[in-house]
Design a protein around this ligand. Structure first.
Ligand SMILES: CC(C)(COP(=O)(O)OP(=O)(O)OC[C@H]1O[C@@H](n2cnc3c(N)ncnc32)[C@H](O)[C@@H]1OP(=O)(O)O)[C@@H](O)C(=O)NCCC(=O)NCCS
Length: 209
């Protein structure tokens, strides 16, 4: 199976498949409290059946070109993941997300991995806009959005009930021309990668589903 090196510290970006359910559960268990402070992923991946069901839903998204998930390994051990929770090819808009075990935080793993995935989204898949939906209380994730060159576009006030508490969601995003300018890439299209047909967008909650 392929793995993309994220540097010389043994960090790799790898596909995450249904058969990784036990590894995913073990990783979430190591970070259950830390990860669950702002996102619902640990509540969905509550046991092995939950892990399998969640990975199966992402396998379905990938098959339908509607999203996908990658794992981050450090010296072979699964320590986190990156996902496209929403992927809409007709509009060129997608939404990315992430998680790490606490022991793997502070090393740039998510920023490095997301740069690989954003290069792929913008350059290979010709997406136009990548969004980042984050709780306004989630400073580490907001810092990731900043490091990725995203712009804070607004706040959905108290839109997301997380574990019984209404939280607000900040919407951050980076556009293809901004990404290319920041990465020093030449634009390959004159229309900024905008497909001919657009689909209606609907508001979506900032959950890690
Ligand atoms: C959000 C989350 C992934 C951020 O983790 P993180 O480790 O801070 O993010 P990164 O992996 O990009 O690492 C950045 C940190 O590593 C440091 N770093 C070290 N080497 C680096 C490198 N090569 N590149 C970038 N940053 C590097 C940065 O300085 C930064 O540390 P600092 O915040 O102390 O300055 C993590 O807090 C988490 O999983 N939270 C729970 C789940 C969650 O909230 N997910 C997001 C939902 S929107």
């Amino acid at each position: 199976m392929y793995a993309i090196s994220l540097g010389d510290d043994g960090a790799e970006l790898v596909p995450l498949e249904v058969w990784h359910a036990e590894e995913l559960l073990a990783s979430i268990d190591r970070g259950r409290e830390f990860i669950g402070r702002h996102v619902g992923l640990p509540d969905v991946v509550s046991d092995l059946d939950g892990a399998r069901a969640w990975l199966t839903s992402y396998a379905g998204k990938r098959a339908a070109d509607g999203g996908g998930v990658h794992g981050i390994r450090l010296d072979g051990k699964l320590v986190g993941g990156l996902l496209f929770r929403v992927w809409d090819t007709p509009s060129g808009v997608c939404e990315a997300g992430c998680w790490l075990e606490p022991a793997a935080a502070g090393r740039g793993l998510v920023t490095r991995g997301m740069r690989v995935l954003l290069d792929w989204a913008f350059e290979e898949r010709r997406m136009h806009r990548v969004e980042w939906h984050v709780s306004s209380a989630n400073e580490p994730s907001i810092n990731v959005a900043r490091r990725l060159g995203m712009t804070r576009e607004g706040v959905l006030r108290e839109n997301y009930p997380h574990r019984g508490v209404r939280t607000s969601t900040e919407i951050w995003a980076v556009l293809a021309p901004e990404w290319r300018a920041a990465r020093g890439h030449a634009s390959h299209t004159s229309h900024g990668g905008i497909p001919q047909e657009h689909s209606e967008r609907t508001a979506r909650p900032a959950a890690a589903d």
